[in-house]
Design a protein around this ligand. Structure first.
Ligand SMILES: CCCCCCCCCCC/C=C/C(=O)SCCNC(=O)CCNC(=O)[C@H](O)C(C)(C)COP(=O)(O)OP(=O)(O)OC[C@H]1O[C@@H](n2cnc3c(N)ncnc32)[C@H](O)[C@@H]1OP(=O)(O)O
Length: 253
């Protein structure tokens, strides 16, 4: 993690090749978010070390033929990551310098501001296209970002937005020519709060987001059980195997 002179933490996801979210990466993210809060940084910008992928979402390998204890810890750690990021009192922004499907889009929409690189990248919650259902809090993060009607259509169709489409619907706030420009634009957003008392800002954000946060906090066990029941179904395991094979075949082309 690098903290620049302005006191803004720039956190770079660095798990090659595609920043898929496995247990270790999620734990590292949670520790980093705690550090950013403790260090009283002015704000945090999330970006990726990959030139083409912000994050490929959840690591499918964590869900394929899983160890029962590990997969439960994986899900609870993912919930923690979302609760910390979506509920952070400090300002958050995402410099999206590549594709952001599913869990990648979840990270981006948990932030308060998004700048995405122009180019052939896509962003969205594509779960239905994979035959799975985006959990309530994934859906809520999208609904919190774009108008409800567009969110419903995007979720039910598993839409992956191009950069232009994402800008038009408000899924991203700005575009940038390169990563440095994206980070600069995120910093400019965070600096808007320089003259706003941070306690008032943080409390206002928490009030604004509390309904959605409370939904997961009060339903955590049920949400975990639902995930574990789903992931342990033979049919789901079969789909995961096929999906992994498809990804592998595609990457070898
Ligand atoms: C499918 C049924 C699941 C049921 C389980 C129920 C669980 C409920 C959970 C609900 C919420 C789910 C949220 C998620 O985030 S699921 C993950 C969804 N993510 C994706 O669909 C993205 C898949 N990846 C891609 O589309 C591309 O990789 C990407 C556009 C991101 C980048 O393309 P690029 O060409 O740069 O890279 P490659 O495709 O060649 O990939 C390189 C290697 O990385 C492996 N890979 C890619 N994505 C993942 C992933 N999400 N998990 C694990 N591994 C991944 C890919 O296989 C390549 O590996 P090899 O080099 O070994 O071949």
């Amino acid at each position: 993690m690098a903290v620049d002179n302005d006191g803004i933490a720039v956190v770079t996801l660095q798990r090659p090749p595609v920043n898929s979210l496995n247990l270790d990466l999620l734990q590292a993210m949670n520790n980093t978010f705690d550090d950013v809060a403790k260090n009283k940084s002015k704000g945090m910008i999330l970006t990726s070390a990959s030139p083409t992928v912000f994050s490929a979402g959840l690591d499918i390998m964590e869900m394929y033929k899983p160890d029962p204890k590990r997969v439960e810890t994986f899900w609870v750690t993912l919930q923690d990551m979302w609760l910390k990021l979506f509920g952070a009192s400090f300002p958050t922004a995402a410099a999206i310098n590549g594709h952001a499907p599913a869990g990648g889009c979840l990270i981006a929409t948990s932030c308060e501001y998004r700048v995405m690189l122009s180019g052939k990248f896509t962003i969205g919650l594509n779960e239905t296209a994979l035959g799975i259902v985006a959990p309530t809090w994934f859906q809520d993060s999208l609904r919190h970002t774009i108008p409800t009607r567009q969110a419903e259509i995007a979720l039910t169709t598993g839409k992956m937005f191009t950069v232009d489409e994402a800008l038009k619907v408000g899924l991203i706030d700005e575009t940038a020519a390169d990563k440095a420009e994206a980070i600069e634009k995120c910093k400019k957003f965070i600096k808007r709060f320089d003259k706003i008392p941070s306690l008032a800002r943080g409390m206002t954000k928490q009030i604004f987001r509390q309904e959605v946060l409370k939904k997961l906090l009060t339903n955590r066990q049920a949400d975990t059980k639902q995930f574990l029941d789903l992931v342990n179904q033979p049919k789901v395991q079969q789909s995961l195997e096929l999906y992994l094979a498809m990804l592998k075949q595609k990457s070898q082309k």
